[in-house]
Design a protein around this ligand. Structure first.
Ligand SMILES: Nc1ncnc2c1ncn2[C@@H]1O[C@H](COP(=O)(O)OP(=O)(O)OP(=O)(O)O)[C@@H](O)[C@H]1O
Length: 319
């Protein structure tokens, strides 16, 4: 079976007019929002799509959903050309935007879902089964008769996710699905997505600034910046790409000057008898520990693994 999403040399250029100085007060400029990216996503994969603000994430998603027409390259979702075959495509995809709702503000959830059912012509039995499953797993019981505007952000988000899934899409695009949610709501949404993917095989493309979403949901991550793909691979491999570091936290018997002369590590912080030594994530901690133990009065130690946020910051800094 071919891949569900196929993207080759995809680009999108916006022509914008900006205020200039001098005699030509308005200058025309081209913004290459997406600049020749290629990737494929097989059926059933959960992929994180991350990058800093303005990197080109939303523009990519808009092209994948057929809202924007690409300036160049090739694009297929479920074998369809999104911009040309948008009406057929909407039956195959679900979209959730964390920042705005696709539900009707003044209607109770139940009525919104009824409208979705009619719009997509979802057979009654399938609609009921899907709604029941979402209500149970997303804990929406008791909320179906509440108007959307009265729901909390977390409840509304769960309501939006349900609306996007009633027609059994092959692929779900999630744009910041946990933004602004409290810890419990985040955990519930993540748990639900994991289950959806495992049980229904729904392919998920997830855009987020919350890297815990990625860590908990996606084995594969794509990093975009300035319209180009900087990284596409296993989450674990990001650490190497960002040359990440582990940190050894060392408690000495007493306060001492920064530890020196340890081969392969450097002291990055001291606070009383506690010192922090950084070393490459690919290296073993054992020789570093034994060097310190030989030369210093060691009381205790612990090891901190690199933080993915750190890793990505390093990738951006290293451009
Ligand atoms: N309709 C538009 N007209 C002109 N420029 C645009 C338009 N949409 C996006 N851009 C520009 O294209 C670039 C990529 O924007 P995009 O919204 O895809 O980034 P993003 O990665 O989604 O950012 P964020 O995380 O802030 O949502 C930015 O420089 C943005 O200003």
């Amino acid at each position: 079976m071919s891949d569900l999403i196929e993207v080759a040399e995809l680009s999108k250029t916006f022509r914008v007019r900006r205020k200039g100085s001098g005699p030509f007060r308005r200058v025309r400029e081209e913004v290459r929002a997406v600049d020749g990216i290629s990737f494929t996503v097989p059926h059933g994969e959960m992929v994180g799509y991350i990058g800093p603000n303005g990197a080109g994430k939303s523009t990519t998603i808009k092209m994948l959903t057929g809202i924007l027409t690409p300036s160049g390259g090739r694009l297929r979702v479920a074998g369809l050309d999104p911009a040309r075959e948008r009406t057929r495509l909407v039956r195959r995809i679900g979209v959730v935007f964390g920042q705005r709702t696709t539900l009707w503000w003044d209607l109770p959830l139940r009525d919104s879902y009824g409208l979705v059912r009619r719009m997509y012509r979802i057979p009654e039995a399938r609609y009921r089964a899907n709604l029941e499953r979402c209500v149970e797993l997303l804990d929406l019981d008791g909320l179906l008769d509440v108007p959307v505007r009265q729901l909390s952000l977390g409840q509304r988000m769960r309501g939006d996710i349900t609306a996007a899934l009633l027609h059994d899409p092959d692929v779900l695009y999630l744009d910041e699905p946990t933004i602004g949610l409290d810890v419990i709501s985040k955990a519930r949404v993540r748990g639900f997505l994991r289950e959806l993917n495992a049980e229904q095989g729904t392919t998920v493309l997830l855009t987020t600034h919350d890297l815990t979403d990625i860590e908990q949901l996606c084995k594969r991550v794509m990093v975009i910046d300035h319209g180009g793909l900087m990284y596409d691979g296993a989450l674990a491999g990001l650490h190497e790409a960002g040359e990440s570091e582990r940190t050894l936290v060392v408690d000495l018997e007493r306060e001492l000057p920064p530890i020196e002369g340890v081969h392969g590590a450097r002291t990055v912080r001291t606070e009383g008898p506690r010192q922090w030594l950084a070393f490459p994530a690919s290296a073993s901690a054992a020789p570093i520990v034994s060097q310190i133990a030989d030369a210093y009065p060691l009381m205790d130690l612990s090891l901190r693994e690199p933080d993915i946020e750190d890793v990505i910051a390093r990738m951006y800094a290293g451009e």
